[in-house]
Write a protein that binds this ligand. Sequence first.
Ligand SMILES: NC(=O)c1ccc[n+]([C@@H]2O[C@H](COP(=O)([O-])OP(=O)(O)OC[C@H]3O[C@@H](n4cnc5c(N)ncnc54)[C@H](O)[C@@H]3O)[C@@H](O)[C@H]2O)c1
Length: 438
Amino acid sequence: MAQKMDIKPADGKLGILTPGMGAVSSTFMAGIMAIRNGLSLPIGSLTQMGHIRLGKRTDDRQPLVKNFVPLADLSDLVFGGWDIFEDNIYESACNAGVLPRTLLDQLKPELSAIRPMKAVFDQYYVKKLEGTYIKTGMTKMEMAEALMQDMEDFKQANGCDRLVMIWCGSTEIFLQRSAVHETIEAFEKGLREDDPAIAPSMIYAYAAIKSGVPYANGAPNLSADFPALEELSKQTVSPTCGKDFKTGQTLMKTILAPGFKARLLGMSGWFSTNILGNRDGEVLDDPESFKTKEESKLSVLDTILQPDLYPDLYGNLYHKVRINYYPPRGDNKEGWDNIDIFGWCGMPMQIKVDFLCRDSILAAPLVLDMALFLDLAKRGGMGGIQEWLSFFFKSPVTPDGLVAEHDLFIQQTKLKNTLRWMMGEDQITHLGREYYEE
Ligand SMILES: NC(=O)c1ccc[n+]([C@@H]2O[C@H](COP(=O)([O-])OP(=O)(O)OC[C@H]3O[C@@H](n4cnc5c(N)ncnc54)[C@H](O)[C@@H]3O)[C@@H](O)[C@H]2O)c1
């Protein structure tokens, strides 16, 4: 058996701060309050409802994940964040229209008490939004310092022992890494000189990581995904993960594609289109923000199907993704997939998927799980990129030079084996019993 990691206990309160307090963030916070008040169950949350098998199949040890690793308790969570609009979380949740008003009204006093702090925002990076509640008259470095102060003030005011930050803000325009992202020195110089290659989400990420606070990115924009912040996150032992919550259509894609691949079925095309009408949909109506999302959504099939290794099956795959802003649907997205596959003797077949999904309902439990796991990693002294949390993301961040794993089931195995490793339990290899046992 491996050695158990030295993990500090989850004593005291954990503050979860979200830059962006829109649909996902408000659904997450309202959901936790509903659970704490006995009005709901944490459905979709691996930390709360998932079990983990330990030892041999015959051992019958399958504790709940939350009873196996020392995670913060839901009763110890405190919520806060920043937004460019002044709405409190009750108002934001009502605007988002994800959860029923009858539920939100029962939680109104608690939800109304969560008010955003003034955001770091620049419309250049999210063309469709006009922010009214923002920090002004500062350099980017001064904004980062102001965010660090906000975090400290929040921690004091709420008696928090620890913090984590999860980006739930809008998708920013497509930016590529440049020289300013390469080293900590170059990045800090860029912050002082207001380099346009530094977007607001990067300023939040820097503020968190510099303060030793774990950081996750729920959107596809770069944010912390570059060498300067990777290095800083190792130095300050700030675990990070991202990018882009794996929900809706991409979740379906990473469930289905590994199945076709496992059975060596060929694929000639996968066409995905969506309609959605929430603020996220409006932001993604801008081609520059959509490009960031498109890159994220397109990347999954290539790494699952490995066309280089399987040219006869996947060498000519045509993959297309569309998102259409359609206000009547609000957060209730509809995603259609047409999948053209082929089998024995090259005979073609088609699969159609019509997923009437609720995006933020799928995203909210991921916010909870990644916050609790990042806090666990922090208490275990694990800085830098946490690849084992790829399970939650469309575009998992990896250290440079490594290919991301997109297959949901391999991601799940990696996550659970990492938990076993942390706790000094044997890895589960699924090797046959007769070979495995001494
Ligand atoms: N809902 C999902 O299932 C899902 C899945 C994957 C990714 N995402 C991403 O998560 C993010 C949040 O999604 P959502 O549905 O809650 O969107 P939303 O539009 O409802 O909320 C985003 C909030 O971020 C705020 N914001 C924008 N820039 C900000 C800044 N610089 N600082 C602080 N606040 C800022 C906006 O005012 C808005 O209230 C989006 O980027 C979306 O693409 C969502």
